[in-house]
Design a protein around this ligand. Structure first.
Ligand SMILES: [Zn+2]
Length: 195
């Protein structure tokens, strides 16, 4: 009987970020303002690039983005109702938080690599002693070093198993939150279109 290793959820079904959707939309020429592939329809120089709804419609028709991606992008449009001339801004970027914005309890997952480094350092020293043993005579120090190496390996395995299961849990929770967010967006979009 093998221990159950939890599987990490896949990202395949998750909808694209607004940034990724904009990146696909910019691959085509704009049917509204004729901006060339790769060029935004609107840009301020410092602010986010903007793309006409016409380009998202083209990207969806071309199979580059899904209907859900299109809906999620439309939800960010300020204009209601939107037209093909409505500009959608790429507010996405990487969406990374600054260190100060990260909740303290979330930061601790990064500490695991520091602990692994320490164990790995001790393992390196122990292995260096072990591999230099002279098997023609008793080497109690080398034998002790072998035990130390085993302990460090066990500690690293424990550390890695804990890290992996924490990561799987965090991925699940994060995917659930984004599914809830997308459902809410789609529901609002449906209601507004029905008006
Ligand atoms: Zn355009």
């Amino acid at each position: 009987m093998h221990p159950t290793i939890p599987q990490a959820p896949t990202a395949a079904e998750a909808p694209r970020s607004l940034h990724a959707t904009c990146e696909e939309a910019r691959r085509g020429q704009c049917g509204y303002c004729c901006a060339m592939p790769g060029e935004p329809c609107a840009f301020s120089g410092t602010g986010p690039d903007g793309y006409h709804v016409a380009r998202f419609a083209w990207a969806e028709a071309s199979g580059l983005i899904s209907a859900t991606d299109f809906d999620v992008a439309l939800e960010t449009a300020a204009a209601d109702p939107f037209t093909i001339a409505t500009v959608i801004y790429d507010q996405g970027g990487t969406g990374m938080l600054t260190y100060d914005q990260i909740p303290p309890e979330r930061r601790t997952i990064g500490d695991a690599t520091g602990r692994l480094d320490e164990h790995n350092g001790a393992l390196g020293v122990a292995l260096a002693q072990w591999l230099a043993r002279d098997d023609t005579k008793a080497e109690p120090d080398a034998r002790r070093a072998a035990n130390t190496a085993m302990d460090e390996i066990d500690a690293m395995l424990r550390e890695l198993h804990e890290l992996r299961s924490r990561l799987v849990g965090e991925i699940r929770a994060s995917d659930d939150l984004s599914a809830v967010r997308v459902d809410a967006l789609l529901e609002r979009s449906r209601r507004e279109r029905a008006r």
